[in-house]
Design a protein around this ligand. Structure first.
Ligand code: PLP
Length: 387
């Protein structure tokens, strides 16, 4: 395996991870919140006009939330449980957006009673629930967009509605005494095609124009969701290039006076703040002459690496041994046959690897610890330590 650490971390960051890693028994996630701070500041530099609502689900670690809170970030929450978590560290409800379009009426009411006034929706039933339990709140409607083919972790058709239906919903919101406030989209997570923002923004513009000319409603906000990349194996453009392009699309459609622009980064904010440290449990072949070697680790799909489903996210792997490499199947420790991370992705690992050697999974700060099972096969959830 020949990844170059310096493409992912500075020498100082890597040394810090390494010396902390030596203190613990695997598997565990190491998080450096200084990297979160850098990502936050980069985002502010490149999108100076936008407000950041960190998508808590990507990594709800308390130190990550504290760091972002101290930096002045806003937060996008997906449930009342995330709500409680951010309120507990002192985030004011004015800085929250309830971005999940799927929610129970009593959860909407709970959030409203805690002071949340900004809600996403994409269906009439949810909208009516919001009108009943969170009267007078600001509503933004999530639209469907293209981009599933070029996102490494696409969000499919589960969320959002057609632009025409979003118009119906925003009109209904007004009738129900809510504030039709804006439009949101998410082009798919780890989106490699920047052009997907262009067509999404054009759809938003169409909705804006329609609402102002036919309903005399001036929408105020465009929520561009997540989708910005973290550094995995497959290369993406730099954040600055994303920002320059997306900013250009916004001005092309909205002119000089942009509406309030919201970004909801998850992966790009915390992806590279963490590395997952694992150890080899077993190395085997399936026959005397088998060409492929199976390398089993103490971490797998069920304790942090769920995004290797269909080998969608290809994490950069690092081990200290060098020398002749061989393509290897990389699998987890549980007795579920789905617990194979990479069979087709052609990861090659040194032939000299031995049981007990460590494998470092880089860029694992997002969607790992929050996604792991509670005790499948008795394995405990992934621990997080800070450096
Ligand atoms: C998951 C999610 C995000 C974060 O997406 P990333 O691609 O991880 O940045 C943002 N907004 C909403 C509504 C989400 O569901």
């Amino acid at each position: 395996m020949n990844i170059d650490i310096s493409e992912y971390y500075t020498t100082e960051e890597w040394e810090k991870f390494k010396s902390a890693a030596d203190k613990y028994e695997t598997p565990f996630l190491l998080v450096n919140t200084d990297i979160v701070e850098r990502n936050y500041k980069d985002l502010q530099t490149f999108f100076p006009y936008a407000k950041t609502y960190y998508a808590v689900k990507a990594n709800p670690d308390k130190e990550v939330l504290n760091k972002l809170n101290n930096l002045g970030s806003n937060f996008d929450i997906a449930s009342i449980y995330e709500l409680d978590k951010v309120l507990a560290i002192g985030v004011k409800p004015e800085r929250l957006s309830y971005g999940n379009t799927i929610k129970k009426p009593n959860h909407i009411e709970y959030a409203y009673n805690k002071g949340v006034r900004l809600f996403a929706t994409d269906s009439e039933m949810d909208l009516r629930n919001i009108a009943k339990t969170a009267p007078g709140s600001k509503i933004f409607c999530r639209i469907l967009t293209e981009g599933a083919e070029t996102a490494d972790w696409p969000l499919s058709r589960k969320f959002g509605c057609q632009p025409d239906m979003s118009i119906d919903l925003l009109i209904l919101a007004k009738k129900l005494g809510l504030v039709p406030y804006g439009v949101s989209f998410h082009v798919g997570s780890q989106q490699r095609d920047i052009g997907t923002w262009d067509s999404a923004i054009a759809k938003v513009k169409y909705i804006y124009d329609w609402m102002s000319s036919n309903e005399d409603v001036r929408l105020k906000m465009i929520n561009m969701g997540g989708g910005l990349p973290a550094p995995y194996l497959s290369k993406t453009n730099d954040l600055q290039i994303y920002a320059d392009e997306i900013t250009r699309y916004l001005h092309d459609d909205f002119g000089d006076e942009l509406p309030e622009v919201i970004l909801e980064p998850g992966r790009s904010m915390v992806g590279n703040c963490g590395i997952l440290v694992s150890e080899i449990v077993l190395i085997s072949r399936k026959s005397r002459t088998a060409l492929d070697r199976w390398v089993y680790l103490d971490v797998g799909k069920f304790n942090g690496l769920i995004e290797t489903l269909e080998e969608c996210i290809k994490y950069p792997l690092y081990c200290e041994k060098k020398g002749v490499c061989e393509e290897s199947v990389i699998a987890g420790p549980t007795c579920d046959s789905q617990d194979v991370m990479y069979e087709y992705a052609q990861y090659s690992l040194p032939l000299s690897l031995a049981v007990g050697d460590r494998i470092y999974w880089l860029t694992t700060g997002a969607y790992t610890s929050s996604y792991c099972s509670v005790e499948f096969n008795g394995f405990p959830p992934l621990k997080t330590y800070h450096v």
